[in-house]
Design a binder for this molecule. Structure first.
Ligand code: KIV
Length: 257
């Protein structure tokens, strides 16, 4: 049975940790799904890891739809969520509806993710959820605000921590089915996780979250520069380079084919 948003809430109640990874194409998505990941996120981090941009800001709705279609074709079990890219939802709830509607209709993914909290984004979340569009929230370090926040850890002061805490509460009240907590102190993530009935999915937010997400390119050791909280479970850069060098050699020495 395919994973649903309701099931993720049950996982929290059962204390079963939610495994989430990002994907940007059919091949990666198929592998993640067959390996049993619960949630596959077509994250706008693909702007950086797959398209070579400096930040996530340049990626367009069209490009996200293009990648989400490919990912969706590779997935049978996992819940697939697609990021709403920068400036495809911040203008108004109506703009968000048009963008999220296109994503759901044209790609077949089951939910969207957007960054930010209270008050404007929470209102937008409520508008989307009322229309039947499941929404994954995202607070803490929100990379679409890099020029305002940088990539530094968020919520380190009492005021900042309180703001993030209130944003998470507002997103739950607005109907989000889960919330990504990015790069915040562990104690703050614990406080939010204990307060909310919906699951928290952490990245650089410690062990107390209801699940974890990593950018798959980081997890596979494909990126040159990784955030401090990422973990590479394999070094594919080395493996691929070695394979290509072996191929070069065999072709040049006429050993292959
Ligand atoms: O774009 C992305 O990959 C994300 C995750 C880091 C949560 O938002």
């Amino acid at each position: 049975m395919a994973v649903t948003t309701q099931q993720l809430i049950q996982y929290k109640q059962q204390g079963r940790s939610i495994v989430t990874l990002t994907a940007w194409d059919y091949a990666i998505a198929q592998l993640l799904d067959l390996a049993g990941v619960d949630v596959i996120l077509v994250g706008d981090s693909l702007a950086m890891v797959a398209l070579g941009y400096e930040t996530t800001l340049p990626i367009t709705l069209e490009e996200m739809i293009h990648h989400a279609k490919a990912v969706r074709r590779g997935v049978k079990q996992a819940l697939v969520v697609c990021d709403l890219p920068f400036l495809s939802y911040q203008e108004s709830p109506q703009q968000a509806m048009r963008s999220a509607g296109r994503i759901l209709k044209e790609t077949g993914v089951q939910a969207v993710k957007l960054e930010g909290g209270y008050p404007a984004i929470a209102q937008t979340v409520s508008y989307l959820v009322e229309a039947g569009i499941p929404v994954l929230g995202h607070v803490g370090l929100t990379p679409q605000s890099v020029h305002k926040l940088g990539y530094r850890k968020q919520g380190k002061t009492v005021e900042e921590g309180e703001r993030i805490f209130q944003e998470a509460i507002a997103l739950e009240a607005a109907g989000a089915f889960a919330i990504v907590l990015e790069h915040i102190p562990n104690e703050l993530a614990l406080r939010i996780t204990e307060k909310l009935s919906i699951p928290t999915i952490g990245i650089g937010a410690g062990v107390h979250c209801d699940g974890q997400v990593l950018v798959t390119a980081d997890m596979l050791g494909l990126t040159l520069k990784q955030p401090p909280f990422a973990k590479a479970y394999v070094n594919l850069q080395e493996t691929i380079t070695q394979a290509v060098q072996n191929y070069n050699k065999e072709v040049r020495e006429r050993k292959f084919p």
